[in-house]
Ligand binder design. Structure first.
Ligand SMILES: Nc1ncnc2c1ncn2[C@@H]1O[C@H](COP(=O)(O)OP(=O)(O)O)[C@@H](O)[C@H]1O
Ligand SMILES: [Mg+2]
Length: 383
């Protein structure tokens, strides 16, 4: 029989994926690297890419020629250790465009994308604000929703929620800027830390990431300046008891039924897992799977899943845990709802060690975004 060509059934259209990257936080560069890696790995046969850059000043920009723009700027291998060394090196390899159409979200996403991948770390990206904008625009998006994003970004609210779900965290105290403004109130704060937490402590902006604005403080005299330093990044500060620990991380994906990767262990020689250690190649080592006995591995994965649920997370997250030495007690440190996302990131490597390659991970995450969107769209009252 002669073969016929079916001209009537249309070819399935590719899914148009908007990658939103850059942004106004201290983690602008980390975001650019995540986006560059993702763009290189997304299956071109299935997806059309629309890169949407946010400048450091908060301008939304879509390159006039997205394809050309992407091809021109994707050779990033490693991330400069600091903002200043990045600038000295002439910026980054996937720049936020400086020319092109200045857009507002509705213009970008109107009919032009089917799903967004928000890859903006930190404030105005990972904290629910960008997710809220995408909800308003009716665009499906990858990762945690508004609530989990906001909660996951705020170390004080996150710890309260974890504690109320019975999950152990390091002891902490927190203040608003106005509560430690006078010399007397600062002295009281130092006394409270000395008597209730002891030293060393970790001082952090309540909302932050990549260890920016964070100090490890070993004696009381240094505490006020560390609190001020954290308050340069947020209006609230958290001071945590320093835990002598192994650092264990798990990647989690899923909506109602989260799946947890094998745990990995992070090791380094610096004082703690600071910005430089995180982003200078070779300064930290990831061992995946983490060398833990079977029972500890099981408990760690269970705690990662429990924390993910307790924080109402969907899509994806990386859960960071501490195993206290020598007690072996497992504590939740934090959740990262938009973890570093390059193909060599801890998030991706843990999935790789679990048998899920980077490309497949992206497919799964886009599928989860579309599932959640449909489920919410079908709710009564949202027509
Ligand atoms: N309470 C703590 N005890 C021991 N180490 C800590 C503590 N808090 C933070 N650290 C160290 O600082 C790093 C960054 O802290 P984290 O709370 O994860 O902030 P970020 O959101 O910036 O990653 C941790 O990976 C760990 O090395
Ligand atoms: Mg962290």
């Amino acid at each position: 029989m002669p073969r016929t060509v079916d001209l009537l059934t249309p070819m399935p259209r590719k899914i148009r994926v908007g990658i939103i990257y850059g942004g106004r936080s201290g983690e602008h560069l980390v975001s650019v690297a995540s986006a560059a890696s993702l763009v290189q790995s997304l299956d071109g046969a299935k997806y059309d890419l629309v890169p949407i850059g946010i400048s450091r000043e908060g301008r939304w920009l879509v390159a006039a020629e997205p394809a050309q723009f992407l091809e021109s700027g994707i050779s990033m291998k490693s991330l400069p250790a600091t903002e200043s060394s990045a600038q000295a090196a002439g910026g980054t390899a996937l720049p936020v465009p400086t020319s092109g159409k200045n857009v507002i979200l509705a213009d970008v996403v109107g009919d032009s994308i089917d799903v967004a991948i928000p890859l903006v770390h930190g404030t105005y990206g990972e904290d629910g604000t960008l997710q809220g904008l995408l909800e308003m625009a009716g665009v499906p998006y990858v990762g945690a929703g508004v609530l989990a994003s906001a909660v996951g970004m705020d170390k004080i609210v996150m710890k309260k929620l974890l504690t109320s779900s019975g999950l152990p965290v390091a002891d902490w105290l927190g203040w608003r800027r106005a509560e430690v403004e006078t010399e007397a109130s600062m002295r009281q704060a130092v006394e409270a830390v000395s008597s209730r937490l002891g030293f060393p402590v970790f001082v952090k902006p309540a909302n932050g990431g990549s260890s920016v604005g964070m100090t490890k403080v070993k004696d009381p005299e240094k505490l006020p300046s560390a609190i001020q330093a954290a308050l340069a990044y947020d209006t609230r500060v958290i001071v945590e008891k320093g835990i002598v620990c192994r650092e264990i991380e798990c990647s989690v994906i899923g909506n109602a039924q989260p799946e947890v990767s094998v745990p990995g262990e992070i090791t380094y020689t610096s004082e703690f897992y600071d910005y430089e250690t995180k982003y200078t190649p070779g300064k930290m080592q990831l061992v995946a799977p983490a060398p833990l006995d079977a029972e500890t591995t099981r408990l760690v994965r269970q705690m990662a899943a429990d924390a993910y649920r307790a924080l109402e997370c969907e899509g994806m997250a990386r859960l960071d845990l501490f195993i206290e030495k020598p007690s072996g007690k497992i504590l939740v440190n934090e959740i990262n709802t938009i973890p570093g996302f390059t193909s060599t990131s801890v998030f991706a490597k843990l999935w790789e060690a679990t048998g899920v390659p980077y490309g497949a991970l992206l497919d799964k995450l886009i599928g989860l975004a579309l599932d959640r969107y449909r489920e919410r769209r079908d709710l009564a009252g949202l027509k």
